[in-house]
Ligand binder design. Structure first.
Ligand code: ADP
Ligand code: ZN
Ligand code: ZN
Length: 838
């Protein structure tokens, strides 16, 4: 009996288990673990993924009955490997999501539809000579060159299944499909020169007529290679019409040719050679290379200040992996923001690099994905989801700027690429390098406190700590000064810019140097702050900022629900200057124009960067000195390297510090350190001016001293007391529905199930202060976003530490309540190890 165990693509908890189907004879050769199939389900046809090929169908209620048959296999090659299916199963347990959601996250979206697949010989390829023992009709069909429907091959040549799959894996055949109503493989009209004699004869025939046609023919005689029609026209400065005329007369052959839509086509990348590593780099590189060679799935934390040569280490470690015939994955936070990074990888490895990021179209992404699967690329540089690149022999995974929040997906599956990397590396025997100047406290503490049972809570991997403490050319880090904005107010300056910053801007304008201004807009007007003394209200239980709720005019803690009235005067200094805090980039732009007449400003924020390619456009204008100031939100902090930037100003450093999220100080430290690193990267020395209402805050003080260790030590001490990560762990369960009372009842049921479980297993129910296993459930309380699309939102937060299987308990509780939840019509989302508490 031939059985396929299938996960159907219905993302709900009650279909989240495999269903068995029998495999009809004609599909046997095609069905593998990881195949995408069509199956009958109830009275519908659904898509699903094969997760197992058991010898016998599962016993049980359905076991006795005759199994239904698979209807179809949708791709010639399974889009997922057995390894990725296993990874998906791990993800679904780790982040409490239906297995189909985890599996679908690994597929390029072009592959999610029902589009018909086509198989063809790549253009210019002939049938491989060693493959002669195939059906003659089958071979002739493909040798015609035109794409053949996969369904036709499945039906007529089931005996060639293995041949087709092998040829696809080696790139001797390619698979294509219509994406967004066109063949995903773009075709380019290409001119194929005929023999030299034929073309000379044509020139003779032309005589003195049509000099441009003659010129085109001469060009082809000199360079007898296929050339895109457009390119030929440009080369001899004529129109497409002229070239077409040559084709019409039969003097050249013009045919459509498939082309990958390479988003970097037409760009050239200066090739680079490996550099001689500095001693510090060498001692960081050696253990990484050893792990790659010995196939040890070890995780390294490469902690190096900006400019310490981390990227060069990545490049050489990748080379080591490639030399061994293995592949490498490189994750970067957001490629659109770091074009310089892509250049460096393309420069070193050229065509072997595939690039995947969020701004590619579905078709472009599918092309890059096929490059990887067909073995044409061995390195992928990409954003978060590139961690699922369909490589078969991974030697190395690099995560650059590992502390960045973009590595956590905020919709289901709510996975963190760092944990997926560690797990995938384990399955491949690959090394993982996590690089950062400001590592996340989770990663850092796991590396430097490996023996600390609390810090290691629930972590399956322990990174090896590899510091890189100095910049390569011993260039100094920029000088950072703090401006106390309370003092400015006291001296009567109510403007946006302090005297020091105004002076700094004035100076740079005079010297024709450039300025980067960061306005951290996150947290805009959600909290109340005293402008006289810097006081902000925070929750007495959770030590996070209280959030202002307009409707009820009160301040609330969105962790535990604590509330108090909005103050009229500052409880600390009685000043009336207590109010919402925050301002937008547009206002700053206006203020700049008013204060410094004639100043040229480029504003980069969500409003000015929606268009594809707009980041690059603004950045290259700034590089070309078309502006004096680059003003923006977080996006101006990352990866930029402009020699003329000698001043970095930070407006309202505190707005990020006071967000109601326990990680706010950490994020602020990372952001400010990163933006400070933009100044004085070359010959001209840099200066950083940070405006703050709280210069004495340890986070701000640590930025001034470039002191990661001091900041971390202090922050970890604080987190340990309160039981926040990395000492404790969190799970948030968010419920949404049109009716508040129902949310309350449902939230209570979930919370009390978990509390009862803790009680029955003898687990203590206060997490703060104390060690050993403990778990507490906060809530249900209104979510930080209390209402979205007319649905109210409530949340419960599970906080736990020590040996407690809180994830398993949560999954159990939701399974037990599945029926109730379904009947109520509420939506329930789980976030394990949430990164955003807002
Ligand atoms: P990071 O990734 O840590 O910011 P980079 O790898 O970009 O650091 O290196 C910073 C600068 O130093 C780059 O201009 C790089 O070309 C240069 N660099 C890196 N390693 C070396 C080396 N071994 N010898 C000389 N220059 C180097
Ligand atoms: Zn005050
Ligand atoms: Zn609270």
């Amino acid at each position: 009996m031939s059985v396929a165990r299938v996960i159907v693509d219905v993302p709900s908890r009650d279909t989240d288990r495999p269903f068995d189907y029998s495999i009809p004879e004609r599909l046997r050769g095609w069905t593998e673990v990881g195949s995408r199939v069509a199956v009958p389900f109830g009275n519908r046809t659904l898509q699903g993924i094969v997760v197992g090929l058991p010898d016998e169908p599962e016993a049980g209620p359905a076991g006795g009955r005759r199994l239904k048959e698979l209807i179809d296999v949708l791709d010639a090659l399974p889009p997922l490997s057995a390894e990725l299916v296993e990874l998906g199963e791990w993800m679904s347990r780790r982040w409490v999501c239906p297995l189909t959601v985890a599996l679908q996250a690994m597929l390029p979206s072009a592959l999610k539809g029902k589009a018909e697949k086509y198989i063809s010989l790549p253009h210019g390829r002939t049938w491989p000579s060693e493959l002669l023992l195939v059906d003659a009709g089958f071979r002739a069909l493909l040798e015609r060159g035109a794409p053949v429907k996969l369904s036709y091959l499945l039906e007529h040549y089931p005996q060639e299944a293995d041949t087709i799959k092998r040829m696809l894996r080696s790139g001797e055949l390619t698979e294509s499909q219509k994406v967004e109503d066109r063949l995903s493989v773009r075709t380019v009209l290409t001119v194929f020169p005929r023999s030299e004699e034929a073309m000379r004869a044509a020139i003779a025939e032309l005589g003195k007529r049509a000099p441009k046609q003659r010129e085109a023919l001469e060009f082809l005689i000199a360079r007898p290679e296929p050339i895109p029609q457009q390119q030929l026209a440009e080369a001899v400065k004529t129109t497409i019409g002229t070239v077409k005329a040559l084709g019409d007369k039969g003097w050249v052959d013009i045919r459509p040719v498939e082309e990958d839509r390479d988003p970097y086509a037409g760009r050239s990348f200066a090739p680079t050679k490996p550099m001689e590593l500095t001693p510090a780099q060498r001692s960081a590189y050696e253990p990484i290379a050893a792990a790659i060679r010995e196939e040890r799935s070890e995780v390294f934390l490469l902690h190096g200040v900006t400019g310490s040569g981390k990227t060069e280490i990545y490049l050489q470690a990748i080379q080591t992996s490639l030399t061994l015939g293995k592949e490498a994955i490189v994750l970067v936070p957001e490629i659109a923001l770091t074009p310089q990074m892509v250049e460096r990888f393309k420069g070193r490895f050229g065509e072997r690099v595939a690039v995947m990021h969020s701004r590619l179209s579905n078709g472009e992404r599918y092309d890059e994905w096929r490059k990887i699967r067909e073995g044409r690329a061995q390195v992928v540089v990409g954003a978060r989801s590139a961690i699922f690149a369909p490589f078969a022999r991974i030697g190395l995974i690099v995560i650059d700027e590992e502390h960045e929040t973009t590595y956590k997906q905020e919709e289901s599956p709510k996975y963190h690429a760092r944990d997926v990397a560690a797990e995938r590396a384990r399955l491949h025997g690959a090394a993982v390098v996590l690089g950062s100047a400001t590592p996340s406290l989770e990663t850092y503490s796991a590396a430097v406190l490996p023996g600390d049972r609390d810090a290691a809570a629930g972590r399956s991997w322990t990174p090896v700590y590899v510091p890189l403490p100095e910049r390569v050319a011993a260039r100094p880090l920029p000088k950072v000064s703090l401006v106390d904005m309370r003092e400015e107010l006291r001296l009567g300056n109510r403007a946006m810019f302090s005297r020091a910053l105004s002076q700094g801007i004035e100076d740079r304008l005079g010297r024709q140097e450039q300025i980067v201004l960061l306005l951290n807009r996150r947290g805009y007007s959600t909290f109340v702050m005293c402008r006289s003394c810097g006081y902000t209200a925070s929750c007495p239980h959770c030590d996070i900022a209280l959030t202002y709720h307009r409707g009820s005019n009160n301040l609330r803690c969105h962790y535990c629900g604590y509330a108090e009235r909005e103050p009229e005067a500052c409880p600390s200094c009685q000043s009336p200057h207590i109010r919402f805090f925050g301002t937008g980039t547009q206002k700053v732009e206006e203020a700049l124009a008013n204060t410094f007449p004639g100043i040229r400003v480029i504003r980069m924020d969500v409003d000015t960067t929606t268009e594809k390619g707009s980041h690059e456009k603004w950045l290259s204008q700034f590089r070309d000195r078309k502006a004096d100031v680059l003003l923006g939100t977080q996006m101006v902090a990352k990866g930029l390297d402009f020699p003329l930037v000698t001043l970095v100003g930070v407006l309202a450093a505190d707005s990020a510090l006071k967000l109601p999220d326990f990680r706010s100080p950490e994020r602020t430290f990372q952001l400010l350190t990163q933006v400070a690193g933009r100044a004085g990267r070359h010959e001209l020395p840099g200066e950083v001016i940070i405006q703050t209402y709280e210069p004495e805050h340890p986070c701000i003080a640590a930025v001034q001293g470039h002191d990661y260790a001091a900041f971390t030590e202090q922050e970890l001490r604080h987190r340990r007391v309160l039981g926040y990560p990395p000492f404790g762990r969190l799970i948030t369960i968010t419920l949404s529905h049109e009716q508040v009372p129902l949310l309350h009842t449902l939230g209570e049921s979930i919370a009390s199930k978990l509390r009862a479980r803790a009680a029955s297993e003898g687990v203590r129910q206060t997490v703060a202060s104390g060690t050993g296993a403990s778990l507490e459930v906060l809530g249900p309380v209104p979510s930080p976003i209390p209402r979205l699309k007319d649905r109210y939102r409530y949340q419960c937060m599970v906080k736990y530490r020590g040996e407690v299987d809180a994830v398993g308990w949560t999954a159990d509780a939701l399974r037990e309540l599945a029926e109730t939840i379904k009947r109520s019509g509420a939506t329930v989302g789980v976030d394990v190890d949430p990164q955003m508490m807002l």
